[in-house]
Design a protein around this ligand. Structure first.
Ligand code: WT7
Length: 658
């Protein structure tokens, strides 16, 4: 049992820092239990070994994977371009599937899947291998070639994982679009990718409702000239229209497909997938990941951070539409030959104990979720997990946003029964794998801190000039390349450099503020750009603003993040209506729904506030900082740069009346 050293909590005066939120000082320390340490995959020596020669460390991890041809050089680095495992050739599916078939895991469960309505499927490694090979042949027959982009817009069903791996089998680049995104979001991504094929489903389930995926896909691809074929997985008995010649049923194509598809060997640096994430300028960024480096990173972290053992049942609750699902569902656990749970539904449907029912039913050992979910569990109360036997759990993880110490302690006590180490893992879509995290069995944890860098990774806190902050707050910086680092932004080299590599020369800037304490623990404080982290996902304020101004009544909009009990941050939108339009409750609900339709429910603002005018600097920049102050009820900050200081009191009045 982790020993609690000092259970005191001191609160220091919040530090003044305009760009960065402040946290209380948290002094509780949870040391690893000796029994856990004894059996842990990671041994203490790993840190020193990796520090001494990080490239060699990563090479040792890479050599645990299947390569067709070994690399000649571990790393070629000329910032911002890293080439990992230079000259190496591989097909990632050989590490994720073929080798398990040969090495005694043929009949081991790869996926234990449960659908929202309660339907269940188990796929062994052989099943997965067979389906992936067949679907790879289907894609080939539809004309997909190495390097072609395939868009996937599916619910959380095994076919989503099968489709990802089938693309990887033939060297096609998959791009998963979260099933909760709107047709317009799907359209924009497909057009940016120039995808040839879209794989979707007739529909999906969400809290008892049907999500008409194929219908939405039809709306999207009406404006996607690159799409040649649509493959439809039959999930239910949903109504849909079939366009002859373009649309095909997945199960029909699979019936005719050959069993085996020879893997297409890829250069280590060839593209594996593109996944879109929000940036500050509105348009989502297509983050590119490679084969060799990415697989090495997710394999190493899955094995060492989650301490996976042959008999473990691993469950990452993320949707494959996000990077967490790519790295810790599709690629990391399969590269480890693990058995995992995949779940289609929501945590509160039909009741608020759905996840705990699943943990109990299958005996889940390792559970990885987001702080926003943990806060919801806390709010629903202990009685829901209390009805279930959670004693199978032996390790817990979190990802997506800073976890507040209260939620951490609750997770530790109520879900972990005080016996499970918690790994608070910091990373991003761009980083590919976990970079700052405890290693269970080694690291003493502090609630709210992601602790230290993963072996082979180097992070520092820097100030604007690139000076290192040894203790205190600043910007998080990654000062050495790592294998799973992004290869670029699809079609936008300049933005890649501007967004990540221009703050300091040769150093990666993730956009997060952080602080480091005396004990060298990292505390992530959140985004420093115009990006809101809501429910563990990044949304660009610009993107939501662009959606709002598309509505005919809105002439201008500014969106800010406001603290939210469950979501961490929620969206507040200040809107200026045009043409004497009246602002009332109906406007609010129309605009909320409009954003949900344009982008997806995840972007729906919690508040819409009437702003007859927006506060601007003399150069015309909207002063979001001031709006945020109004939205959170803080006294107004420095307004001396405002073009018209009166604007603020007007908005403030509107806000207070709202
Ligand atoms: C941003 C990345 C990584 C998969 C999920 C989100 C925030 C992520 C943590 C953590 C504090 C965290 C950061 C980061 N974040 N994990 N453990 N503690 N903040 O992926 O959408 O690419 O967002 O999420 O702000 O930059 P993403």
């Amino acid at each position: 049992m982790p020993s609690k050293k000092a259970a005191t909590k001191k609160s220091n005066k919040p530090k003044k820092n305009a760009a960065i939120d402040t946290l209380l000082t948290e002094n509780r320390l949870f040391k690893p239990a000796a029994a856990f340490t004894k059996q842990a995959n990671a041994k203490k020596e790993i840190y020193a070994r990796a520090k001494k020669n990080p490239v060699k460390f990563w090479e040792s991890m890479a050599s645990e994977l299947v390569w067709k041809k070994k690399w000649s050089k571990g790393l070629k680095w000329k910032a911002p371009d890293a080439e990992w495992f230079v000259g190496g050739k591989l097909n990632v599916t050989e590490s994720c599937l073929d080798r398990h078939i040969k090495e005694g895991r043929k009949n081991k469960a790869a996926l234990i899947w449960e659908g929202e309505p309660g339907d269940k499927r188990t796929l062994t490694y052989f099943d997965l291998y067979r389906q992936v090979n067949k679907f790879a042949n289907v894609l080939k027959k539809l004309g997909v070639k190495k390097g072609d982009r395939v868009a996937l817009y599916l619910p959380m069903i095994p076919e989503l994982m099968i489709a990802c791996l089938a693309c990887a089998r033939i060297g096609a680049v998959h791009s998963v679009v979260f099933g909760g995104f709107s047709p317009e979001s799907l359209r924009d991504r497909i057009n940016d990718l120039k995808a040839k094929i879209l794989v979707t489903a007739d529909g999906g389930y969400r809290r008892g409702q049907i999500i008409p995926l194929k219908h939405d896909a039809d709306v999207a691809i009406a404006e996607c000239p690159s799409i040649e074929h649509v493959v439809i997985v039959k999930r239910g008995d949903f109504l849909l229209r079939i366009k002859e010649g373009r649309d095909h049923w997945y199960h029909r194509l699979m019936q005719e497909a050959d069993n085996y598809c020879a893997p297409t060997y890829m250069d280590s640096e060839d593209l594996l997938f593109i996944l879109y994430t929000s940036g500050t300028t509105g348009k989502p960024k297509g983050i590119m990941h490679s084969c060799g480096g990415y697989l090495t990173g997710v394999y190493a972290t899955t094995k060492l951070v989650f301490d996976l053992k042959e008999d473990d049942l691993f469950w990452c609750t993320a949707d494959i539409g996000w990077v967490t699902g790519h790295s810790y569902l599709v690629y990391g656990p399969t590269a480890c030959g693990a058995t995992q749970v995949m779940f289609e539904g929501a945590p509160d449907w039909p009741d608020k104990d759905r996840l705990w029912q699943i943990v109990e039913d299958y005996g889940v050992n390792i559970f990885y979720t987001a702080p926003t979910a943990i806060r919801a569990f806390m709010k629903w109360g202990e009685s829901w997990p209390g009805q279930h036997d959670l004693t199978s759990l032996r390790l817990l993880g979190t990802v997506g946003e800073p976890i507040n110490p209260e939620a951490w302690i609750w997770y530790h006590k109520v879900i972990g029964g005080k016996k499970c180490p918690i790994v608070d893992t910091w990373w991003q879509t761009e980083t590919g794998n976990i970079l700052i995290t405890p290693l269970p069995g080694i690291t003493a944890t502090k609630p709210g801190s992601a602790t230290h860098t993963f072996p082979g990774v180097e992070a520092k806190i820097l100030d604007d000039d690139g000076n290192e902050v040894k203790e205190g707050g600043g910007y998080l910086a990654l000062t050495k390349p790592w294998p799973a680092m992004l290869k670029g932004i699809w079609g936008d080299r300049k933005r890649f450099i501007d967004a990540y590599w221009s703050k300091w020369p040769g150093i990666y800037f993730p956009g997060d503020g952080a602080k480091i304490d005396k004990g060298k623990y990292f505390w992530i404080l959140g985004r420093v750009d115009d990006v809101i982290n809501t429910a563990g996902h990044r949304l660009s304020t610009m993107e939501v603003e662009s959606a709002l101004v598309e509505h005919p009544s809105v002439v201008e909009a500014a969106v800010v993040g406001i603290p939210h009990d469950l979501k961490g941050e929620a969206l507040a939108a200040f809107v200026t209506l045009g043409g004497g339009k009246e602002f009332n409750d109906k406007t609010i609900s129309i605009l909320k729904d409009f954003v949900a339709r344009k982008i997806g429910a995840i972007a729906k603002p919690d508040r819409i506030i009437n702003a007859p005018e927006l506060p601007k600097t003399r150069s015309g920049k909207i002063m979001r900082r001031l709006l945020r102050d109004i939205a959170i009820g803080k006294l107004l900050g420095d307004t001396t740069t405002l073009a018209d200081p009166d604007v603020l009191s007007k908005i403030k009045k509107e806000y207070e009346e709202d």
